[in-house]
Design a protein around this ligand. Structure first.
Ligand SMILES: C[S@@+](CC[C@H](N)C(=O)[O-])C[C@H]1O[C@@H](n2cnc3c(N)ncnc32)[C@H](O)[C@@H]1O
Length: 372
């Protein structure tokens, strides 16, 4: 008899008991099941792991994000206390690099209270190690953080939040589900179409052909971030792979050992994600009265923040091998060629309405950074 992993057994039991489950439920179980979820059981980041993120590519990324946060603090009128919050901080590398860069701005450094939102006990342990003596408060969810002015950072966080999918058929849009067929997990569609779903869709998606897939995430997370900065001051920075304009398309994907794999195979052993719909995020944030900045491509954002100058400074003080590594990292972060993150990744800012511009997100190349 075939044996399954504990998570696969659990999902099979749920489907046997209640029928096929929405893609969002499957994704949630795979990533954050409290015992067997992918993020709960391992540290998947880095060259030895399953994937690599911008902060792990180079220290320059976190350093520039730290200086970006300082420019936001300036624009906020330099409050005596500000929360620096990171959602899904991975190995804690971005926060550590940001805080190190901020040693040159002691007044801001002193105002900062660090909060990390992390579901994974194993990654919390890595973050503790990376951040050494820094005083840090961990939370299971953003809503657990006490209110106050905040600068909120989210790099590759929204892509892991579960998506729903709907598929267009002759009878309308049906929610996409995961079922078991002939012993393997397969996609299927809910029997009944979702009533009035079409009127909620962006106009360009309504005209999609039969068979088209539309993905969405519940707006609750972006709305609570936007509400926080609207009511208490500050800004949110969202960096992720995704599209600037909402559109139809299936981006549900899994990555293990730096290669794409089948998201319906071996649940809990690969990073399951979907592209981020930046237009949907912007719309949700604006709908509750926060100000939206961008989105712009990551390459544009980092160039505006001065990554080239930082790279040249590092290269000047390095041996040939390290200089080559810095040049390669720069290319990866801002370039759009093979493995380049510069165009695939987008950057969106959301702020209190009184903040005029956010560095890197407006046409004025270094808006906000010049004041530092
Ligand atoms: C793709 S990793 C990105 C890590 C880091 N930001 C970086 O750029 O290296 C996703 C992070 O989000 C965390 N995470 C996943 N789902 C979460 C959730 N529902 N709430 C909070 N954190 C979550 C993971 O444990 C991990 O730290």
């Amino acid at each position: 008899m075939k044996t399954y992993s504990p998570l696969e057994t659990h999902i099979r039991k749920l489907i046997a008991g209640s029928g096929p489950m929405p893609v969002s439920r499957y994704m949630d179980l795979c990533l954050t099941h409290p015992e067997f979820g992918y993020y709960v059981t391992r540290d998947p980041l880095g060259r030895q792991g399953d994937f690599i993120t911008a902060p792990e590519v180079s220290q320059m990324f976190g350093e520039l994000i730290g200086l970006w946060a300082a420019s936001v603090w300036n624009a906020m009128g330099m409050p005596a206390k500000v929360q620096l919050i990171e959602l899904g901080p991975g190995r804690g590398t971005m926060m550590a690099d940001a805080l190190r860069a901020l040693r040159i701005l002691p007044a801001f450094r002193q105002a900062i209270e660090v909060h990390l939102v992390e579901v994974s006990p194993s990654l919390r342990a890595v973050q503790r190690e990376t951040l050494g003596d820094t005083t840090v408060q961990w939370h299971d969810s953003f809503d657990d953080i006490p209110p106050g002015p905040a600068i909120i950072l989210a790099n590759e966080y929204f892509d892991v939040l579960p998506i729903h999918q709907a598929v267009k058929t002759d009878t309308g849009w049906h929610e996409r589900l995961v079922d078991v067929d002939d012993d393997i997990f397969v996609f299927t569609a809910a029997r009944e179409p979702m009533p009035r779903f079409e009127v909620l869709l962006p106009p360009q998606v309504r005209a999609a052909p039969k068979g088209a897939i539309f993905e969405w995430r519940p707006a609750i997370e972006i709305m609570s971030l936007a509400q926080r900065v609207r009511d208490h001051g500050g800004a949110v920075l969202i960096i992720d792979y995704g599209h600037i304009r909402s559109d139809a398309g299936d981006t549900f994907q899994a990555v293990a050992k730096h290669s794409f794999t089948n998201p319906l195979k071996s649940p809990g052993t690969s990073d399951i994600t979907a592209h981020v719909d930046f237009q949907a995020l912007a719309r949700a944030a604006e709908s509750i009265g926060a100000k939206v900045h961008g989105p712009v491509e990551q390459g544009v954002f980092l160039n505006r923040l001065g990554i080239d100058t930082r790279a040249q400074a590092l290269i000047k003080h390095s041996n040939a091998q390290t200089a080559g590594d810095v040049a390669a990292a720069l290319k990866r972060l801002v370039g759009s060629g093979h493995k380049g993150m510069g165009a695939l990744f987008k950057v969106l800012g959301v702020s209190h309405p009184a903040i005029g511009e956010l560095a890197g997100l407006s046409d004025h190349a270094a808006a906000g950074m010049a004041a530092l």
